[in-house]
Each structure stands twice: as structure tokens, then as C-alpha cells.
Write a protein that binds this ligand. Structure first.
Ligand SMILES: NC(=O)c1ccc[n+]([C@@H]2O[C@H](COP(=O)([O-])OP(=O)(O)OC[C@H]3O[C@@H](n4cnc5c(N)ncnc54)[C@H](O)[C@@H]3O)[C@@H](O)[C@H]2O)c1
Length: 314
């Protein structure tokens, strides 16, 4: 706590000598956008007047990795990052990528960007760390964006009977795997002095419990992801590295299809739990990933961004 200096009578002041943080004052970035651009345009006729918001989202020349990138949300995120100009590496379990991924590679190539596949296992620290190290080595050590989206749901079972091996498996992938991924990416960013962005895919299930769904380890793992993001954000902030979590609501992917295809009535039930009255589509997370990954969100760290159709407000 800062000490209160009461020696100045009525105008007591805080003594700065006892203030521990911030260790050094970091300059606030100055940018010729928005009002600053308007004022510059007024005083300097040579200043080019053009929309600048799209440039703030650009990832031109950057290297991005996305775990769980073989399909579902991860593949959608990989395409967004490639559209923004990043060279993207998707990491996932299978030795060879899915047919959706192969189509995405061709599409991204036509857009003038690059999307590559690397098999790996996020739940094994040495393995994922080596994979991320190899990707960095191919790019002069540089990784600018890391999205940790690999995850599993586990089985549905009552808390009193939940099997230990399945509990451990879910935690291994969703909690340990997300941490090992973020850890390896942060290491590369720190070594290269890159003010990168790390995005951990959590879930609204990390903040609320899905009604009538007995997914104890999944929910626990997602709460852990939110707290990993906060804790890493604190440690890495002085290096300029930002760490946030993104918590989607119900989105149709292979993961949720496991429930929706076997119990079709669940879609109506889940849809009834948010004010928009429907579940989400993967493309509805494109904007938030672009924002979190890019310069457009430079003052955002340690936040959990809920994108749920309003599920958690009821
Ligand atoms: N779909 C939703 O409604 C929803 C909602 C909230 C959060 N999420 C989260 O979003 C992320 C993506 O999920 P999704 O819905 O796209 O599911 P998905 O099953 O389509 O994708 C998950 C991917 O992770 C990969 N994966 C699993 N274990 C791995 C491991 N050990 N190493 C590397 N890759 C591994 C899978 O192979 C798969 O490609 C997950 O973390 C999930 O918990 C999804």
C-alpha cells in the first residue's frame, strides 16, 4: 500500500516512495488515428485522409499459431488470422489434416496468405513446446499471435460417479494443454521481445454451469483457463505481451454435434437459454478474434470476453 504523507496538513498526499508498481512508467502509445488524425489533417495538408480502422486490425508479416486448428472454432480462427495477413500454423492431433482444412489451405492461398498444418499434442508439454519451437525457428524465432483452442468435452456423468481417468483427460487437454501452449508461445515472444497476443479459448462454462449438463471437469477446466489468462497477463504485462481468454456460448461444431446430433431437442433447449433465442455459428467469433489478436485491442489484457448470445445475463 502506498504510504500516506500527513505532514502537509489538510492536503494529505500519497508518498510515491512506497509505490511498488508499475516498476517503470510505460509511455502511452500515440497514434495518428481517430481524433488525433482529424487534428493532424487540419494542421497538416499533406496528411493522408483515409479510414485507418482496418489497418489497426492488420496482421501483415506476423506469425500466428492456432491449436485445435484442424476444424471447428480453431480452423475458423486460423482463416481469420490468415485473412488479416498472418502466416498461420494450425496445430492439432491427427497426423494428416481434415478435408475442411485442405480446402481452407487452398482458399487462404488464393487470398495471398499461408496456412500450414503441424500435428502435435497440447497435453504433452515437451511435444507441444517442441512443435512451437520448430515453428518459431522457421520464422527467425518469431511468434506474434497464439490462439489456444484445442479442447475436449469429456463425457456427461453425475459428479458423484465421474470417472477419474476422464476427469484427468479433460484437465490434461483443456487446462494443462492450454497452459503448455501459452507457455511455449510466451517464451518465444519474450526471447524475441515481441509484444504478442495470446488468446486462450475458455467457455461460458468457466463462469456459469450449463443447466442440466453434468460436465464437471469441462466446467472446472474452463474456469482454470480464465484464471491462467489472468495470471499470465500479470506476469507478461511488463514484457508487453497480452493474454486474454475468449469464452464462447453454444456454437455448433464437432464438439457440440456430439450432443446435438444424438439429442436434437437440445438445440431448442440451449437456444431458449439466451435472449437471442438461437445457438451461435463459428463465423460469429471472427470479429472478436481479429480484435484480440491485433493492435485494435492493445489496452486489453487479463480479460475474459464472453460471446454467448447473452446466455450469461439471464
Ligand atoms: N463449440 C462450442 O459451443 C464451444 C463453446 C465454448 C467453448 N468452446 C471451446 O472452443 C474450443 C474449440 O472447440 P470446438 O467447438 O471447435 O470443438 P472441436 O472438437 O471441433 O475442435 C477441438 C479441436 O481440438 C483438437 N484437440 C483435442 N485434443 C487435442 C490435443 N491433445 N492436442 C491437440 N489438439 C487437440 C481436436 O482434434 C479438435 O480439432 C475448445 O476449447 C472448446 O472447449 C467451444
Amino acid at each position: 500500500m502506498p504510504a500516506v504523507d500527513g505532514t502537509t496538513g489538510n492536503s494529505a498526499k500519497l508518498s510515491t516512495s512506497a509505490v511498488r508498481f508499475p516498476v517503470k512508467l510505460v509511455p502511452v502509445p500515440v497514434k495518428d488515428v481517430g481524433v488525433n488524425a482529424a487534428l493532424k489533417a487540419q494542421s497538416d495538408p499533406s496528411f493522408e485522409v483515409k479510414p485507418r480502422i482496418f489497418e489497426e486490425f492488420a496482421l501483415t508479416g506476423q506469425v500466428a499459431i492456432v491449436t485445435g486448428g484442424n476444424g471447428g472454432l480453431g480452423l475458423e480462427f486460423a482463416i481469420v488470422l490468415a485473412e488479416l495477413g498472418a502466416k498461420v500454423y494450425a496445430i492439432d492431433l491427427p497426423a494428416t489434416p481434415s478435408s475442411d482444412f485442405v480446402a481452407a489451405v487452398k482458399y487462404v492461398k488464393r487470398l495471398g496468405s499461408s496456412l500450414q498444418y503441424r500435428p502435435s499434442d497440447v497435453s504433452k508439454q515437451e511435444i507441444i513446446s517442441a512443435t512451437i519451437g520448430e515453428i518459431a525457428a522457421e520464422n527467425d524465432g518469431k511468434i506474434h499471435v497464439c490462439v489456444a483452442a484445442a479442447g475436449i468435452l469429456g463425457i456427461e456423468a453425475d459428479c458423484t460417479d465421474y470417472p477419474a481417468n476422464m476427469f484427468e483427460k479433460v484437465m490434461d487437454v483443456n487446462c494443462n494443454g492450454v497452459f503448455f501452449t501459452a507457455q511455449a508461445a510466451a517464451k518465444q515472444m519474450k526471447q524475441q521481445d515481441i509484444a504478442g497476443s495470446i488468446i486462450l479459448i475458455a467457455s461460458m462454462s468457466g463462469s456459469v454451469t450449463n443447466r442440466d449438463m453434468n460436465w464437471i471437469p469441462y466446467n472446472a477446466s474452463k474456469s482454470a483457463v480464465i484464471q491462467i489468462a489472468r495470471s499470465m497477463a500479470c506476469e507478461l504485462g511488463p514484457a508487453g505481451i497480452r493474454v486474454n481468454s475468449l469464452s464462447p456460448g453454444h456454437i455448433r461444431t464437432k464438439m457440440t454435434a456430439a450432443v446435438l446430433d444424438t439429442q436434437p431437442e437440445m438445440e431448442e433447449f440451449w437456444a431458449s437459454l439466451n435472449p437471442l433465442g438461437r445457438i451461435g455459428a463459428v463465423h460469429e467469433l471472427r470479429g472478436v478474434i481479429a480484435w484480440l489478436a491485433s493492435e485494435a485491442s492493445t489496452f486489453c489484457t487479463g480479460s475474459d470476453i464472453l460471446v454467448t448470445g447473452g446466455h450469461t445475463i439471464w
